[in-house]
Design a protein around this ligand. Structure first.
Ligand SMILES: [Zn+2]
Length: 448
C-alpha cells in the first residue's frame, strides 16, 4: 500500500465517520445479459446513454468487484481500508470471527431469468475450491453463500422443490411418453417411502438426475411437446405468473443467447444444436419447482443447498462474501450436473420467509442461523428520526427509497438519497437518520 494511503487510513481510524461506498455495476459488458435497462439507472440516478442492461451493483470487498471510498480526496479500495483498519473499522467481534467484512450487499434487477442455481455450504465450498485449484468453473472462493432477498418490486422466482405428489400429477398430465419410465419409478419409490423423508428425497433426486441426463434426441422431442402444451395452456391463461409463460420465455431466450454466442465467436456453429439442447434441458426442471410471486418488501432466506432462480424483478440481496454458484440450466451457462447433485437439497420446501424482530416503531431486524450478516429495515415518514446508538460492529447502509439526513457525532451531517450506500465504521458513536421525504426506507446490514 502506498505510504500516503496508509497515513490517510491511520488518520481516519483515530476519528472514523461514515464513508460513501462507490460500487461496481455489472452490466451486459461484464457478461450479465439478464439485467433491466431502466431499474438500476433510475435507482442510482444516472442516464443509460448506451441503452444497455444493468444487472447488479455490489457493495463490499469481494475481489471480483470491491467497492471504494473517498477519504481525504483519495479514492481507496474498501478492501485496503478494512485490511489495514481491521477491528478498528470492523468491530472486535466481526474481526475475531471473520477477520474481514463477512457480507456482501447487492442491488439486483432482472429483466430476464437467471440460471437455476444453488449455493454451497462452507465445507463444500472449501473442498470444491481446492479440487478446482481456484481455476473454476464452479467455485470462485472458499466461502459459503447463504443469502436473503428483500424485494423492491413484484418479484417472480422459482424456489425449492414442489411436493412430490404435485410433481407426479404435473408430469402425468403432460402425457409425454419419454417421461413415462422415470415417472413410474418416482411414483413407485414415493409410494413405497411412506413417511420416510430421506427415501422421498432420494426418489426426487433420481427423477431430477434422469431429466438432467435425458439423451439429446429425447430432450429435443420432450421440449417440442412441452412447448406445444405451454402455447396451448398460455392461450387459455395468459398470465406472466404461470409455468407456461416462463417455459416459453426461457426457450426464446436460450435461442437468442446461443445465436449471440455464435455471432461473437464464443460458440462454433456446429456446437449450436448440442448447446441449445443442454440449455433447454433445464427448462423441464421448472415444473419440479415452486413458482412464486413476491410482493415488494418481502424478505426471503435462501440457505445453502436450496435450488432457486430469479425470473423477473428487482431486490436488495444480502449474502455471505462469496460468488459461489452451481448452475442447473434454464440459461445457456455452464452446468455441472454431478457437482450440482452433491450439494442440492432435495427436500420439498417453498420459500423460507423470515420473521422480523421488532426493534422499534420504525425498525425491523431479520436474522438467520448464519453469523455472516443480519439485516435491518428502517422505514421513516417525513421528519421521523431514528438513532443508532454506538454501533459495536461496522455496518453498511443503503437507502432504497426517499431521502434522509444522516447525522453523526460532532454535528456532521450529510444528505443520503435513494441509491446511496455508506460504510459506518464501528467507532462512530451515534448516528441518526431523519427522513426528508414522505417515505424513506433504509437497509442496514451488520454482522449476525
Ligand atoms: Zn442465489
Amino acid at each position: 500500500m502506498e505510504k500516503n494511503i496508509s497515513q490517510i487510513i491511520d488518520q481516519f481510524i483515530l476519528n472514523p465517520y461514515p464513508v460513501k461506498l462507490d460500487s461496481q455495476i455489472m452490466d451486459e459488458n461484464h457478461g450479465y445479459y439478464w439485467g433491466d435497462k431502466k431499474f438500476i439507472p433510475n435507482f442510482f440516478g444516472f442516464e443509460n446513454k448506451d441503452n444497455i442492461s444493468f444487472a447488479e451493483a455490489w457493495f463490499g470487498i469481494h475481489p471480483k468487484a470491491p467497492s471504494s471510498v473517498k477519504i481525504a480526496d483519495q479514492q481507496i479500495s474498501l478492501l485496503d481500508l478494512i485490511s489495514f483498519g481491521k477491528e478498528k473499522i470492523l468491530g472486535s467481534m466481526t474481526y475475531q470471527q471473520h477477520q474481514t467484512l463477512p457480507f456482501l450487499v447487492k442491488v439486483l434487477s432482472a429483466h430476464d431469468p437467471l440460471s437455476l442455481q444453488v449455493h454451497p455450504n462452507k465445507q463444500q465450498a472449501k473442498r470444491g475450491f481446492l479440487k478446482e485449484e481456484g481455476k473454476g468453473p464452479n467455485y470462485k472462493d472458499k466461502n459459503h453463500k447463504p443469502e436473503i432477498v428483500y424485494t423492491l418490486t413484484p418479484f417472480e422466482a422459482l424456489m425449492g422443490f414442489r411436493d412430490i405428489q404435485d410433481i407426479i400429477q404435473q408430469f402425468s398430465d403432460f402425457q409425454i411418453k419419454q417421461f413415462k419410465p422415470f415417472l413410474n419409478t418416482l411414483t413407485q419409490q414415493s409410494n413405497g417411502a411412506g413417511d420416510d423423508e430421506e427415501k422421498k428425497q432420494d426418489a426426487l433426486k433420481q427423477f431430477f438426475y434422469s431429466l438432467m441426463n435425458l439423451e439429446e434426441r429425447k430432450t429435443k422431442k420432450v421440449i417440442k411437446k412441452l412447448k406445444k402444451i405451454a402455447i396451448k395452456r398460455f392461450s387459455y391463461y395468459p398470465n406472466i405468473h404461470s409455468y407456461e409463460y416462463w417455459v416459453l420465455k426461457c426457450l426464446e431466450n436460450n435461442k437468442s443467447a446461443v445465436k449471440k454466442e455464435i455471432a461473437n465467436g464464443k460458440l462454433k456453429p456446429e456446437e449450436k444444436k448440442t448447446k441449445l439442447i443442454q440449455a433447454n434441458r433445464g427448462i423441464i426442471i421448472i415444473y419440479l419447482l415452486n413458482l412464486v410471486l413476491f410482493q415488494p418488501g418481502t424478505i426471503v432466506y435462501t440457505p445453502a443447498g436450496k435450488i432457486h432462480a430469479y425470473l423477473k424483478g428487482s431486490c436488495v440481496e444480502v449474502m455471505a462474501n462469496s460468488d459461489n454458484v452451481l448452475r442447473g440450466g434454464l440459461t445457456h451457462k455452464h452446468i455441472d450436473v454431478e457437482e450440482l447433485l452433491n450439494i442440492l437439497d432435495f427436500q420439498s420446501k417453498g420459500p423460507a420467509y423470515l420473521n422480523a424482530n421488532i426493534l422499534g416503531e420504525n425498525e425491523k431486524e431479520y436474522t438467520t442461523v448464519e453469523k455472516d450478516f443480519k439485516t435491518r429495515i428502517i422505514s421513516l415518514k417525513e421528519n421521523q428520526k431514528v438513532g443508532l446508538s454506538a454501533l459495536s460492529e461496522a455496518a453498511v447502509v443503503l437507502v432504497v427509497q426517499g431521502q434522509v439526513e444522516m447525522n453523526w457525532v460532532n454535528e456532521r451531517n450529510e444528505v443520503v438519497k435513494k441509491g446511496d450506500a455508506y460504510l459506518i465504521p464501528c467507532g462512530v458513536n451515534t448516528c441518526t437518520f431523519r427522513a426528508q421525504s414522505e417515505e424513506s426506507i433504509i437497509v442496514l446490514v451488520t454482522t449476525g
